[in-house]
Ligand binder design. Structure first.
Ligand code: GDP
Ligand code: MN
Length: 396
């Protein structure tokens, strides 16, 4: 589950990670109130107004702006709230901004220049260990750094039994070129960050930039936090942080009825039981010259009601030109699924795209007869390839 920056920072701070402080606001007036309150708490006169959407690169898209007085807070918050923010990480249509974070300006002048670093915590799937990835080249595109100057990105792998060891946190601070107060601050920051990552059951932290302020404090200015959805039952309070407005509406709807649906860009809708078979089905659709419009695992019970719900979800996508149903009847009997498809189809009236149904396994032959004798515009197949060929034929 992805979080907004302000929510991510809240979690970080609850584990002792120092952050750029801020208050979230839904309107320009609330932003002004937030700025006043922050001034009381922090003494800052300048504020940054930051669009809260589930996408990075907001600065580049005009979603992060500096306000030097309350009039500017009001004006900039008014501009950003309601805007359609287009960044390198959104689709071409962009994302609608519903709220902003009013944050203290932390790039104030002082004895030293502020410096921006990159830091993330994530699982290295190749080694099965968490790692901290970091770089002196923060603030900008880490992707470009990885491509052009990969030697400037360091990693620290963490032994799951021992945890983050003191020498590792010191090595990070050393590699970032720090000394004195900033060195100590970074060691503390890294320790708190890693604790937060483990205790919150996160699957990704990306802090870009981590800032060394002009007076040598080390703080998180940005926070991209992804929580592990499978561990959310342990964090009821985090569950409330979900913002469905940021998610694909069809995926949200599918989740509510217990279907595993992922929206994709293609033209062939798929309804499959089992994630592995769904992946194989998407491969076969590609081989047949189509592109999958979705991943959909209907799971073990493919009765009429569930099939109808699944058809309705698939048909919400206007790009769908054909639907391929691919069910392996292991525990569920093929004839029951076939009956479910026939009932759902009849119940829905007309479906304007061709449907190809491939049922294999227990009672597959009875199921095929059921489909073929239903009088509906549904083509049946028993072999996988046969189904793919039929998809190719309807797309041609
Ligand atoms: P992103 O563009 O979505 O990654 O959003 P960030 O939170 O990283 O902010 C983008 C950029 O805004 C940062 O890299 C900073 O350069 C700038 N920025 C963030 N906070 C402040 C601040 O307090 N003062 C100033 N002057 N700039 C800031
Ligand atoms: Mn950032």
């Amino acid at each position: 589950m992805n979080l907004h920056e302000y929510q991510g920072k809240q979690i970080l701070n609850s584990f002792g990670v120092d952050i750029q402080r801020g208050i979230v606001a839904q309107t320009a007036d609330e932003a002004v109130e937030a700025a006043k309150k922050l001034t009381e708490e922090t003494g800052t006169g300048w504020h940054v107004i930051k669009a809260q959407v589930h996408a990075g690169g907001r600065g580049k898209g005009g979603g992060v702006k500096l306000a030097k007085n309350l009039d500017e807070v009001k004006e900039l918050a008014g501009q950003i709230i309601g805007m359609n923010l287009i960044t390198p990480q959104t689709s071409a249509e962009g994302k609608k901004v519903h709220q902003v974070l009013v944050a203290e300006d932390v790039y104030y002048p002082g004895d030293n220049e502020p410096e921006e670093y990159y830091m993330s915590v994530l699982l290295n799937r190749a080694t099965g260990r968490n790692m901290i990835m970091y770089s002196t080249e923060g603030g900008m595109d880490i992707e470009t750094v990885a491509e052009e100057t990969p030697h400037l990105i360091f990693t620290e792998e963490i032994d799951p039994a021992a945890g983050l060891l003191p020498f590792q946190a010191r090595r990070i601070a050393f590699n970032l070129g720090l000394s004195g107060v900033a060195f100590k601050g970074m060691v503390k920051f890294v320790n708190a960050l890693y604790t937060a990552y483990v205790k919150s059951d996160s699957s990704l932290f990306e802090i870009n930039p981590v800032l060394k302020t002009s007076d040598d404090r080390v703080i998180a200015v940005d926070a991209k936090v992804t929580l592990d959805g499978n561990a959310l039952y342990r964090h009821k309070d985090y569950l409330e942080m979900r913002d469905k407005r940021e998610e694909n509406p069809v995926e949200v709807e599918a989740g509510e009825v217990g279907l595993n649906y992922v929206d994709l860009d293609g033209n062939v809708g798929c309804m499959v039981n089992g994630a592995g078979l769904a992946m194989a089905t998407m491969d076969l659709i590609k081989q047949a010259g189509g592109e999958p419009a979705n991943f959909l695992d209907v799971g073990g019970t493919a009765d009429a009601e569930r099939v109808e719900t699944a058809f309705n979800l698939i048909l919400k996508d206007p790009n769908v030109k054909a639907i391929l149903v691919n069910i392996f009847g292991g525990i569920v009997r093929c004839d029951r699924v076939a009956q479910g498809i026939v009932d759902a189809y009849k119940n829905m009236g007309t479906i304007n795209v061709p449907i190809i149904v491939r049922l294999q396994g227990t009672n597959a032959d009875i199921a095929k007869d059921l489909i073929d004798n239903s009088g509906l515009d549904v083509q049946s197949a028993i072999e996988f390839q046969e189904a793919a060929d039929k998809v190719q034929a309807v797309l041609a």
